[in-house]
Ligand binder design. Structure first.
Ligand code: NOJ
Length: 756
């Protein structure tokens, strides 16, 4: 059954208490009044068995071309409109799904063609990249991961789903669950960072948010875990580039968030663009069939990435479209995103016996299953009035503001520079991102609109209306001009405090936005240095979609707050945090390097034969330290915390046993605040090398001054095991180091033994 977003069940239950007959009459009356157009209130009622029967019967009535039509996804216009080709295909019953067409009116326009003019009246499934919000935009996923709070992801994606579905979208190409260890890769912004454990937790939360317990329920959308797999391992951090990843690293690092999404019930998975160890993922039957279907028992839809079937030709594994379609279908791709090759060559491939018709039936069956489950046959249309009431509602905005503040990471706060007093008389707000609404909503911002967004400047003005605010852009994000410096220096000179908003513009993150340098682009560092030279108090607010190498700022600036791209309510949320109405309790989900030359860089690395400090010729660099600038898991708070009293429930456990790790956490400061307690393990000696540490538990706690809490984690075989030389998942006897801390670098340590 589904939870309802309106008062219908409440009314019904109340009525039921009065009189059963009356309740029935009321229920029918309500359903009738709401009408078939309003899918928002109708619970999913069919069992999976009933859906499968329907699918079987429908497939029996379909021609091969119609089945192939279900495997075809065709794009609308970039602006979200319908294209004539889509109308034509819909009329012929050959358009299984559409991408980019969004909005209740536009989806209805195309859907009406399928539902009234096609022979079989199979509804179109509308898909869109709803990555961190549909109209109300939440922080970018990397920022959401920085909350170390899966509730943030689940709530944000829940609202994204309700807005998207109100606009006719029932399939989102999210969550992006790629592990990324290389910040040169611009798509690092779309995922949860570098760690498989944190990534797996966020992946499951996102699926729960988008799909709920049943994606057929009102306000829910089909999720898609993408991009399967190791897309983030692109060589040189260059988007779309090949990746070379061992099966062990796939299983230990890149697979876990996908497995977690599948276990959480994700309805679809997208095959990645890249060539993985010589076999493009879109033609990779090991990934798409052996692992996904046979090992993980995934039952949903596998869709290719955009034109990735056709790109098998560029990869050089297919000579032409015919062969590309054969490779992708045989490997396990069900739906072809936009290349149109399944439709073009499917019948020929079946006639030539290169692809069995059963493969097409299975793939089409999966698409039809999703359509039944989504209740699209009964409720194919979105309702403009529901859309209007849902999008960018005051409640959604309020949640966006609350959640955004949970994603910020306080990197530095010398002499308690922050939080600011709201009695400040004058402030300068400086920097190219201070009033940049487009960047605030970040890349992949669905139907988000800059005009809806609150910039940092607007947020500060609203927060301290009595203060005199001087704004100066100073310079652009990129480029050589320092013309604006003079005005910026003047504004800072005249003000009691300066906020400097620097980083990257939103279009520097996302797809095809790799950078070879991680330094602040353009003249921004020089701008910070010019303000710094005034010797007056200031704080740096970073906005960016990737770790930046900000060595100078980290060393010299008094306070640094990382805010990612914080979404529609970003400016308000940052102002809340700067003025202490919210605590910056987030932690880094990804390592910040000192220089791009250190990348790929990640905390859970192997020891090497020559770890630092053990040898003159150790594994490091001649010109810079080998360590990161800010490590994974790092972040301060306005409060002070003490983690103490590390206790293990056992000194020894069996291989299949469990040990409980407990600590006490106390807020020793004088403000309420948040801490993220993190558990790391190190398998000290094993038959294959193990990372020097690996996250195995975390909990974000909010605590009042003087408050203490006990936090516990459990370690069992799932967390202690690894893939041995035979690629079997095992727990090996031996000693395990344990660290509990508020970061990945140092903390309370102990150990225990796994006995044979
Ligand atoms: C290409 C991207 O790689 C993918 O993430 C996205 O879902 C599709 N384009 C559709 O926009």
């Amino acid at each position: 059954m589904c939870e309802s977003r309106n008062s219908f069940p409440g009314v019904f239950i109340q009525a039921f208490r009065w009189n059963w007959m009356f309740a029935r009459v009321l229920a029918f009356a309500l359903v009738a009044a709401l009408g078939s157009a309003n899918a928002q209130t109708v619970p999913a009622t069919m069992t999976d068995q009933e859906i499968e029967n329907n699918v079987r019967q429908l497939l029996a009535r379909m021609t091969l071309a119609e089945k192939l039509g279900q495997l075809q996804q065709v794009e609308g216009t970039w602006a979200g409109g319908v294209r004539p080709e889509q109308v034509e295909l819909a009329r012929k019953g050959l358009l299984g799904s559409a991408i980019f067409v969004h909005g209740a009116a536009r989806t209805t326009e195309l859907q009406r063609v399928a539902m009234t003019q096609s022979k079989l009246k199979i509804p179109i499934l509308f898909a869109f990249d709803v990555i961190h919000g549909y109209r109300t935009i939440f922080p970018v996923p990397l920022g959401e991961a920085a909350s170390w709070d899966s509730g943030v992801v689940e709530r944000a994606d829940g609202i994204a789903a309700s807005e998207a579905s109100a606009a006719g979208i029932r399939w989102t190409f999210a969550p992006m669950v790629d592990i990324a260890r290389d910040p040169r890769w611009g798509r690092i912004v779309e995922g949860s960072g570098e760690d498989p454990f944190l990534g797996a937790a966020m992946a499951a939360a996102a699926v729960r948010g988008f799909q709920g317990t049943n994606y057929g329920c009102s306000g829910k959308v089909l999720a898609c875990a993408k991009h399967f797999v190791a897309y983030g391992a692109a060589e040189g951090g260059r988007d779309y580039n090949n990746s070379e990843v061992s099966e062990r690293t796939l299983r230990e690092i890149y697979f876990p968030p996908f497995k977690s999404a599948v276990d959480a019930g994700a309805g679809s998975v997208m095959s990645a663009f890249e060539d993985l160890d010589g076999i493009p993922c879109t033609a990779n039957s090991f990934l798409l069939t052996e692992v996904l279907r046979h090992e993980w028992h995934f039952k949903g839809i596998v869709i290719s990435d955009w034109n990735a079937v056709d790109e098998l030709i560029s990869h050089g594994v297919a000579a032409n479209g015919h062969d590309a379609a054969a490779l992708a279908l045989s490997a396990g791709v069900d739906v072809d995103m936009v290349s149109r090759l399944f439709s073009q060559y499917g019948e020929q491939l079946v006639a030539e016996r290169k692809v069995p018709e059963a493969t097409i039936d299975r793939a089409a069956g999966r698409v039809l299953f999703a359509k039944y489950k989504l209740d699209l046959f009964a409720h194919p249309y979105a309702d403009e009035s529901v859309e209007k009431a849902t999008l960018l509602s005051a409640a959604n905005r309020a949640t966006a503001r609350e959640l955004a503040a949970r994603t910020f990471v306080l990197l530095k706060n010398d002499h308690i520079t922050l939080p600011l007093s709201n009695r400040l008389k004058s402030m300068a707000v400086i920097g190219p991102l201070a009033d940049d609404a487009q960047s605030m909503i970040g890349p992949w911002s669905g139907d988000g609109r800059p005009n809806d967004a609150v910039t940092l400047l607007a947020g500060i003005r609203a927060k301290v209306p009595q203060a005199k605010i001087l704004y100066a852009k100073g310079c652009d994000v990129s480029g050589d001009s320092r013309v604006g410096f003079k005005q910026a220096i003047k504004a800072a000179s005249k003000s009691d405090f300066t906020i400097l908003a620097v980083g990257e513009s939103a279009d520097m993150s996302g797809e095809a936005t790799s950078r070879s340098s991680l330094d602040l682009p353009g003249q921004q560092l020089a701008l910070v240095q010019a303000i710094h030279a005034l010797g007056k108090p200031y704080a740096v607010v970073l906005m960016n979609g990737r770790p930046l190498s900000i060595d100078w700022i980290a060393t010299n600036s008094p306070a640094v707050l990382e805010t990612w791209f914080a979404g529609t309510e970003g400016g308000n949320a940052i102002a809340d945090t700067l003025f202490g109405d919210a605590d910056p309790g987030g932690k880094l989900p990804v390592t910040f390097p000192r220089s791009a030359g250190q990348t790929p860089i990640y905390y859970n690395h192997k020891n090497t034969g020559r770890p630092p400090g053990t040898n003159k010729d150790f594994s490091g660099y001649r010109d810079i330290p080998w360590t990161s600038l800010y490590s994974f898991g790092y972040g301060l708070s306005y409060a002070q915390f003490k983690i103490s009293n590390l206790q293990l429930s056992a000194a020894r456990i069996q291989r299949d046993g469990t040990v409980t790790i407990g600590v006490d956490v106390e807020n020793t400061g004088d403000r309420p605040g948040d801490e993220v307690v993190q558990l790391y393990i190190h398998d000290l000696v094993a038959s294959v090398t193990r990372p020097v540490e690996a996250l195995k538990g975390f909990e974000r706690v909010s605590m009042q001054p003087g408050q203490s809490r006990h936090v516990e984690f459990r370690l069992g075989p799932q967390k202690l095991g690894f893939y041995n030389q035979a690629m079997r998942f095992v727990v090996e006897p031996g000693r395990f180091g344990v660290m509990v801390s508020d970061n990945s670098q140092d903390g309370l340590k102990s150990n225990f033994e796994v006995i044979p």
